[in-house]
Design a protein around this ligand. Structure first.
Ligand SMILES: *Cc1c(COP(=O)(O)O)cnc(C)c1O
Length: 454
């Protein structure tokens, strides 16, 4: 059979509150045209993020019942730790309430004025944590990763020549090398096992610790299995272990590929760094056997890690994107190809060519999708990345709109509706206008800034 079915059935449902276009026009205006400002029950299909929005399984709900809330030494922590080490065999696993808490701890050690930290592409919270520490964040993804139309299978790969030059040039000011798998900010595009190994080898040669931002490790492993020579017959857990065997540590948002509604961790091998990290953890998150989490959260994550590497799940997960991308492509909507892991990315700069980057074509498209169809996506472009610490602004490398799919949450009819909304929007896209920002904070402005249509 060619149809890839959702590999689950539904035991418990959340009703969607229907709204009209007129209502939504008022609601988005009241939210100052920032989609983060909407109430989520005013959204029909919420594709703002795949972070913490997935549906938990019966196995996870059952596991939560045995969550042990002991302050120290809870068996729930040891089950969580064993589940992490089963896939990512680091010596120290430090639970945090989210990925960004793990980043804040890591860059309290590796950050600071004068430091320079390279990655394929830093995610926004990673960049935010690095810059808040006074250090500078650099994105060194391969050129194909910046070309939405390139069919290259591993567009998240690190540009090894640029990294080599970077390491030579910046020398002692580089505290570590990072790599984000999959490359969220660059379109959810995967990094090959070969590139992970080569990046690790380069970091090692320059005596730099190598850290993986592993938020979507299972999706990345699925792509390695599908697209990389000699990997097709290997199990997902084996591929995952190979990826992390190369690293000195990792940061993780368990709200992504651990099926959690909350959670994260920092894992590393070095005993001295782990001690520094744990003392920071004690001050900001909690005792090392619970971090920022309840025992029941740790149980849900331990079970989630066992489920996320299931091939039937991963096949369905990636097929959702392929299904939508093929149909948007047929409507001449420019999408990032090939399909990434967690989301479909629309090239708003190209589709809305009449709106210049500094008038935020991604924001214009995201607002239009909400007004017309009640769909909430997220601008990943000049709003998110265009502002610099010195207060200046320049166009980001791309202006994308990300439609991120919560895990196991929506069905194929939601995808069909989304495609219909795009077909309708295609008829009136030339009348959309750009936006200007009227208020913004200094860091991570996209979450709270206010807009006005031009
Ligand atoms: C979500 C995410 C983070 C941050 O994790 P939170 O749990 O949201 O704090 C970091 N890196 C990447 C690649 C992410 O997708």
């Amino acid at each position: 059979m060619k149809t890839v079915i959702e590999p689950f059935r539904i035991k418990s449902v959340e009703p969607i509150r229907m709204t009209t276009q007129e209502e939504r026009r008022e609601l988005i205006r009241a939210a100052k045209f920032n989609l983060f400002g909407l109430h989520s029950d005013d959204v029909l299909i919420d594709l703002l993020t795949d972070s913490g929005t997935g549906a938990m399984s019966v196995g996870q709900w059952a596991a939560m019942m045995r969550g042990d809330e002991s302050y120290a030494g809870s068996p729930s922590f040891y089950r969580f730790e064993a589940a992490v080490k089963n896939l990512m065999p680091f010596r120290h696993v430090i639970p945090t309430h989210q990925g960004r808490a793990a980043e804040a701890i890591l860059f309290s050690i590796f950050g600071g004025a004068g430091r320079n930290i390279p990655s394929n592409t830093h995610f926004d919270t990673t960049r935010g944590n690095i810059e808040a520490s006074g250090a500078e964040a650099y994105d060194l993804v391969i050129d194909e990763g910046l070309d939405p139309q390139s069919p290259y299978p591993f567009k998240g790969n690190m540009n090894l020549e640029r990294l080599e030059v970077f390491l030579v040039e910046h020398g002692d000011s580089v505290p570590c090398v990072m790599l984000t798998i999959t490359n969220n900010a660059g379109g959810g595009q995967p990094v090959s096992l070969e590139n992970i190994r080569a990046t690790a080898a380069l970091a090692r040669r320059h005596d730099k610790p190598f850290f993986i931002d592993g938020c979507r490790f299972a999706e990345n492993a699925w792509f390695i299995k599908q697209r990389e020579p000699d990997q097709a017959n290997r199990s997902i857990p084996d591929i995952v272990r190979d990826c992390f065997a190369e690293a000195d540590g990792m940061t993780m948002s368990a709200k992504k590929d651990a099926f959690g509604n909350i959670g994260g961790w920092l894992a590393l091998n070095d005993d001295g760094l782990a001690e520094q990290a744990r003392s920071h953890l004690l001050r900001t998150e909690g005792f090392p056997t619970y971090g920022g989490l309840a025992g029941r959260d740790l149980e849900a994550l331990a079970q989630g890690l066992a489920e996320i590497v299931d091939e039937d799940y991963l096949r369905y997960r990636i097929q959702t994107n392929t299904y939508i991308i093929d149909r948007l492509d047929a409507l001449d909507v420019p999408v990032v190809k090939p399909a990434g892991g967690h989301a479909v990315f629309i090239d708003a700069r190209k589709w809305l060519g009449h709106i210049p980057p500094l008038a935020y074509p991604g924001q214009a498209l995201a607002v239009a999708l909400y007004e017309l169809g009640g769909i909430r996506g997220c601008e990943i472009g000049t709003v998110m990345f265009g502002a610099h610490p010195d207060g200046s602004e320049s166009p980001a490398a791309m202006d994308l709109v990300r439609l991120a799919f919560p895990r196991r949450t929506y069905t194929q009819s939601h995808a069909d509706y989304l495609i219909e909304v795009f077909a309708e929007l295609a008829k009136r896209k030339d009348s959309l206008t750009g936006y200007r920002i009227t208020e913004q904070p200094r860091l991570l402005r996209h979450f709270t800034c206010a807009f006005e249509p031009l």
